[in-house]
Structure formats: structure tokens, C-alpha cells
Design a protein around this ligand. Structure first.
Ligand code: PMP
Length: 392
């Protein structure tokens, strides 16, 4: 039976991690893996998380089961940061904890399908797992172009997708810090997108995986809030794995917004049933650590400070790259200064990417996606010089 299984291609980024580890050149640069790095190239545990975890070790008195919804204190503490002052939109939003943003996307797609959604429109390129999840759940993927060669979002394409959608379609958007392009919709564009959703009644699914890593905690969800204020129903997938540095602890949340408060229990009960069939309940530790931060004013201040430092560092790297536009012409570096988050796409050929790796020990995804947090004061000049070399 099991010998019927055809081998699957390994994850390309994991193969890249191994190649990078095996490279003995001391000045090698890893721009592949999608984690934040400090100026020293480290991905440390947040100080706020360390303090919170210590408190958990000292004070947690049970690890007994929770329900499929996980730690609702965590979910509710998060909501004002995402949805604003009226965090439940008059009782129309309810959430649950999930194993990472991945678990939340999985639930969003599965729940949409259970509600009758047959196709999901999504901008490309996108986080590769979006297409994999859609295929695995069995929902048809319909694509539109997310961003043009000019480094700007293609507003016409997303509006065309929403306005041309069938009644049993949904549209999946990145809330902020688009992966892999870094190209986000402007506030005016979000307003048009919100209007298109409102006028058509198409279900929005919004994936927020990098909240606070773009322009700011409020700014990064301003578009999401515009959409939610305009539409009757929406699904939101959220990750705490980047903005709390919890990656392997798998911390996320899934939110459902119903037309009316009294419809929520039935919707939520379906999400609980899906969660039980998938993972029963989410892992507790990381969510509990986040909850304790958000319930404590001092720890919250510390977290906000740490997040602001990360954001400022990535903005500095982006500004340096944008200023290097003349040094490596034709790569659109100037647009990187306006983009957000960890990622940017460089229009490099397979040959140029291989040359960067072979001649300069610079590792990036085969798509030309770079993690800007892999750059810092000590290696950005080398990176720009290498780009100039391969572009020339
Ligand atoms: N959505 C997007 C757009 C992402 O980039 C990621 C993480 N790479 C996720 C969701 C999932 O994040 P998590 O690690 O929390 O599962």
C-alpha cells in the first residue's frame, strides 16, 4: 500500500538552508529563510517572551487539556490590536487559537469550503503554502497578478477578481507585509477593495502574518479594518510567530466575522469541529506566553518596543537598498524603500541567483525573494556590490 506513494519534491527553502550550512565561506549571507534577524544575524527570543515564559514556569499549575478553541484569554487579548477599539464589531467577531498562522489559514479555507465556497482567488506570487493548502483542502485556486514589474500593487487585478467573482467564490488577501513581494495596498487602494467587497458580497479571507513589522501596529491592519467595516462577513487568519518571535512554538489565531451576532455560534461550532478533526487543540505554551504579555502593561510596553526596533532596522536596510539603485541598475531597488516587511522580490534570473551563490556566497530563494532582515550594516555593501556584479 504505502509503496504506492510517489516521492514529493523537498521544500526548496529547506534544501537552501542545508546548502548554506555546508558553505564554509565566513562572509556568507543567508537571505533565504523567512525569519527576522538582528544586526548581528541572530533570531533571539524576545525579552518580553523570556520574562513571560519564566512566569509561566514559576506559576503555571496545570497543563491539562483545553478545548479546540485553545486559550481564549490569548485570543481576546489579541483582538483590540487587530480589530481596534470595538474589537468584536458589536459582537459579530469571535476567534480561536490555532497552531500558527498556517493552522488559521487551513481553518479559513476549510470553513469557507464547508460553507459552500468552491473557488478562492489569490494574488500571485504568494506564500507557496497558500496554493498547497487550497489544493489539499480541495478548493480551486484562481489567480490574479498581485504586483506589476514597477513594484506597485496591481489594483485593477484585485478589483477585477472581486468584481468578477462568482457567488460561491472567496478572495484571499495578505493583510500587510506581503510575502514574497513586500508590496502592500495603499490606504486609498484598500478603500476601493473594501468598496468592491461590500458591493459584491464576496467573502474576504485576510491573512495577517507580519502584524507590526511593516509601518506600525495600527497602520498594518488599517486596510483589514476598512474591509471589515464595509462587509457583512469575513475570515481572518493571524500569526504571532513573527511579531512575537515564536516561530517553532506555532502561535496563531483564526477569527470569524458574521452578519449578525446570533449567527456566530453556528459558524464557530463548525470551526471547532474542523479543529478537532485536524489537531484537536492548539499547542498552549506560546499562546499563554503572548497572553501574559498582553495582560501586563510593562511586558506589553517591552514587546511594543522590541517590535518597533525590528521594524526600524528593516526600514534602515530598505532605505540603504533603495539608495543603491544606481549601483545595481535594473533591479528596481528604489521601490524597496516603499515596501514593507521581511521580503522583497528581485527580478534576477536563475543564472544570476546561482552566480550570487557560487561567486559571492549569497543565498536566496530561487524565485528571487530576499529576506531583507538577512542584511545588516556589516554585509549590505557586499550584497550591493554582488548585485552590481551579476547585473552588470
Ligand atoms: N501566511 C503568510 C503570508 C506567511 O508568510 C506565513 C509564514 N511564512 C504564514 C501565513 C504562516 O505563519 P506560521 O509560521 O505562523 O504558520
Amino acid at each position: 500500500m504505502l509503496d504506492q506513494l510517489a516521492p514529493q519534491a523537498p521544500d526548496a527553502l529547506l534544501a537552501l538552508i542545508k546548502m548554506f550550512a555546508d558553505d564554509e565561506r565566513p562572509d556568507k549571507i543567508d537571505l533565504g529563510v523567512g525569519v527576522y534577524r538582528t544586526n548581528e544575524g541572530a533570531t533571539p527570543v524576545f525579552r518580553a517572551i523570556k520574562k513571560s515564559e519564566q512566569r509561566l514556569v514559576d506559576e503555571q499549575d496545570s497543563k491539562s487539556y483545553l478545548g479546540p478553541e485553545g486559550d481564549m484569554g490569548f485570543v481576546e487579548a489579541l483582538m483590540p490590536y487587530i480589530f481596534g477599539e470595538d474589537a468584536s464589531m458589536g459582537g459579530r467577531i469571535e476567534g480561536m487559537q490555532t497552531p500558527g498562522g498556517t493552522g488559521a489559514v487551513r481553518l479559513a479555507v476549510s470553513l469557507a469550503q464547508k460553507a459552500g465556497v468552491k473557488r478562492i482567488h489569490m494574488g500571485v506570487p504568494s506564500w507557496p503554502n497558500h496554493a498547497q493548502i487550497l489544493a489539499d483542502v480541495g478548493v480551486e485556486t484562481v489567480t490574479f497578478v498581485h504586483a506589476g514589474d514597477d513594484g506597485q500593487a496591481d489594483l485593477g487585478a484585485v478589483l477585477g477578481a472581486i468584481r468578477g467573482a462568482r457567488p460561491d467564490d472567496a478572495v484571499l488577501l495578505h493583510g500587510c507585509c506581503h510575502n514574497p513581494t513586500g508590496v502592500d495596498y495603499t490606504s486609498d487602494q484598500w478603500a476601493e477593495i473594501a468598496r468592491a467587497f461590500a458591493e459584491t458580497g464576496v467573502l474576504p479571507i485576510i491573512d495577517v502574518a507580519y502584524h507590526g513589522l511593516g509601518q506600525g501596529l495600527d497602520e498594518d491592519v488599517a486596510g483589514l479594518r476598512m474591509v471589515l467595516a464595509a462587509v457583512p462577513e469575513a475570515l481572518v487568519a493571524y500569526s504571532c510567530d513573527k511579531n512575537f518571535g515564536l516561530y517553532r512554538d506555532r502561535v496563531g489565531a483564526f477569527f470569524m466575522m458574521a452578519k449578525h451576532q446570533d449567527e456566530l455560534p453556528a459558524i464557530v461550532s463548525n470551526a471547532y469541529a474542523l479543529a478537532r478533526a485536524n489537531w484537536s487543540m492548539p499547542p498552549d505554551h506560546g499562546g499563554a506566553a503572548v497572553r501574559q504579555i498582553l495582560e501586563d502593561a510593562d511586558l506589553t510596553c517591552l514587546w511594543i518596543e522590541e517590535l518597533a526596533d525590528m521594524r526600524a532596522r528593516m526600514r534602515r536596510v530598505r532605505e540603504r537598498l533603495a539608495a543603491a539603485d544606481n549601483e545595481a541598475p535594473g533591479l528596481g531597488l528604489a521601490t524597496l524603500g516603499d515596501q514593507n516587511g521581511l521580503f522583497a522580490m528581485l527580478p534576477l534570473s536563475k543564472e544570476q541567483i546561482a552566480k550570487l551563490r557560487d561567486d559571492h556566497a549569497i543565498y536566496m530563494a530561487g524565485s528571487g525573494r530576499i529576506n531583507v532582515a538577512g542584511l545588516h550594516a556589516g554585509n549590505t555593501d557586499k550584497f550591493v556590490a554582488a548585485l552590481a556584479d551579476v547585473a552588470g
